[in-house]
Design a protein around this ligand. Structure first.
Ligand SMILES: NC(=O)CC[C@H](N)C(=O)O
Length: 239
């Protein structure tokens, strides 16, 4: 049996094609378990990191720039194998399906068995903050996470039992009710429809780094097509 030593630190990349990547980089600087932080624009940079954050911004633009710069297929491969967290536009890109996409559709990296509704809360001026209790992250409802929503998507459908709901909206917002799911996890993938990098609260960044380390220790990092359903995750040959 192969034991994988628990890494004390990992390197985290932030996709830096468009959007709020600088804010994520800044936030990661406050986390001791992050050894290096890399703005990612090339396939080579992607190969050198343990985990990736896809920031908020404009999902159609990020997809277009990624395609034109030739990194799209590498990104697709990365998110299937390695810990990745998508915030807002990043969550849209990690979804298997999206509503309200532009004519001609939108390219998605996929990986999360969810369907998202883009711009569910309206335009930029409809941005809002909501205090969320996220049991895996906030210690009690009295110490909620200040979630910032900007032209945010919501999760309209969850298509797999492997998708774990981490957070629901705390109150009704327009046509969206308080049971709307705004943060999920599935295996090595994490997604939030809000922007933790725009707060002074690094708890979700810390959570992602711990989650990535656990995933690496579990030996699944970089191994493709692992199905937890049929319990074959321990059958890989030791390398
Ligand atoms: N803040 C954001 O990332 C907004 C996401 C944007 N509305 C999109 O569809 O991609």
């Amino acid at each position: 049996m192969n034991f994988i030593e628990r890494p004390k630190q990992i390197s985290v990349g932030v996709l830096a094609l468009q959007g709020a990547f600088q804010e994520h980089i800044h936030m990661l600087q406050s986390i001791p378990k992050v050894s290096s932080i890399l703005p990612v624009r090339t396939a080579e940079q992607l190969r050198s990191i343990d985990a990736l954050i896809i920031p908020g911004g404009e999902s159609t633009t990020i997809a277009l720039v990624a395609e034109h710069s030739g990194i799209w297929e590498n990104l697709k491969e990365f998110v299937r194998q390695k810990p990745t967290w998508g915030t807002c536009a990043g969550m849209i890109l990690l979804a298997n399906e999206a509503n309200n996409t532009k004519k001609g559709g939108q390219k998605l990296l996929g990986g999360l068995d969810i369907k998202v509704n883009r711009n569910q809360f309206g335009s930029q001026i409809d941005s809002f903050e909501s205090l969320l209790h996220i049991p895996q992250i906030t210690s009690s409802p009295e110490d909620p996470f200040p979630a910032v929503f900007i032209r945010a998507p919501t999760i309209s459908t969850i298509n797999s039992l492997e998708v774990e709901i981490l957070a629901k909206l705390g109150h009704n917002v327009d046509e969206t009710d308080a049971s709307t799911v705004v943060a999920v996890k599935q295996g090595h993938l994490l997604a939030t429809s809000f922007h933790p990098e725009l707060t002074n609260d690094n708890r979700i960044h810390k959570y992602f780094v711990e989650h990535a380390i656990n995933y690496i220790v579990s030996g699944q990092n970089g191994k493709k097509e692992i199905s937890l359903k049929d319990g074959n995750q321990n059958t890989q040959k030791p390398t």
